[in-house]
Ligand binder design. Structure first.
Ligand SMILES: [Zn+2]
Length: 269
């Protein structure tokens, strides 16, 4: 955790998305909210260690042979290991999924990436690893003040802002029950740089849906400023069921964008 904290607070060398450090720190904070997957993993490890312990003690040549078992089993490891896809399986599934997706006549599979952090697929952004190699640390977007109507560009630190969103999801996912909470539905907007009005700067969302700056909206936690139609567009191109109410579609959009950034993170539905 020390490594990660230092990296985030030092803007000169801040790009260091240390997944292990982040998720382990989350694990330390919220052992009570472990998923059944993690609990099974830990239980299996304890069982394996216990049986190994038993087999050593049952060996005639072992100096502790015949002695009673230790009072308590060894403490389970408290490290979160992201699930790794089986070689070949994930790629194959993805390919099939994409090839079966129907596109309207005249719509191409690929687009010109509207931002350097976006890919040539609709509603798609590069992963944190890719952005790191592209040397992209700040995500910018256009905003406009509702009071003085000043229009300007602002930016979010990629790792710092993503960490904030990921931490929030990690801590609140169970309570969310597949629906976006109020803070996502009615986001608190940034303060205007020019008139100082709080909760006043709205993101400028382009009419053309393929030009929407999804990553900027995610990092500013302003996806709730999108209309239901815009969010459904995102879910449509991310192959998600998209007929629900806004809170459900918004929830899916948040999780899917986080998953795109960190494919091995805990962002499955
Ligand atoms: Zn203003």
């Amino acid at each position: 955790m020390g490594k990660a904290s230092a990296s985030y607070s030092d803007s000169s060398s801040y790009f260091c998305w240390d997944k292990d450090a982040f998720y382990n720190s989350m694990l330390d904070l919220s052992l009570g909210s472990l998923t059944s997957y993690h609990i099974t993993l830990i239980n299996n490890t304890v069982t394996e260690l216990q049986s190994l312990h038993d087999s050593i003690l049952s060996c005639d040549h072992h100096p502790r042979a015949g002695l009673p078992l230790l009072a308590s089993p060894p403490a389970p490891p408290r490290r979160y290991q992201p699930r790794q896809p089986l070689p070949g399986v994930a790629t194959k599934q993805k390919k099939n999924k994409n090839s079966s997706f129907p596109l309207k006549k005249g719509k191409s599979e690929t687009i010109t990436p509207p931002y350097e952090w976006a890919t040539n697929r609709r509603a798609s952004v590069h992963s944190l690893d890719s952005l790191y190699f592209k040397n992209i640390h700040e995500i910018t977007g256009d905003v406009q003040c509702r009071r003085c109507e000043s229009k300007y560009e602002m930016g979010f630190n990629l790792v710092e802002s993503f960490t904030e969103v990921a931490k929030f999801i990690w801590e609140n996912k169970c309570e969310m029950a597949d629906r976006a909470p109020d803070v996502w539905m009615n986001p608190t907007l940034p303060t205007c740089r020019y008139c100082g009005q709080e909760n006043s700067v709205k993101p400028v969302i382009p009419r053309s849906k393929k030009a929407i700056n999804w990553l900027f909206l995610l990092l500013g936690q302003m996806l709730g400023c999108c209309t239901l139609d815009q969010l459904r567009y995102f879910c449509k191109y991310r192959r998600h069921h998209r007929t629900g109410a806004k809170d459900r579609v918004l929830y899916l959009t948040y999780l899917n964008l986080c998953k795109q950034l960190d494919p091995n993170g805990p962002f499955d539905r």
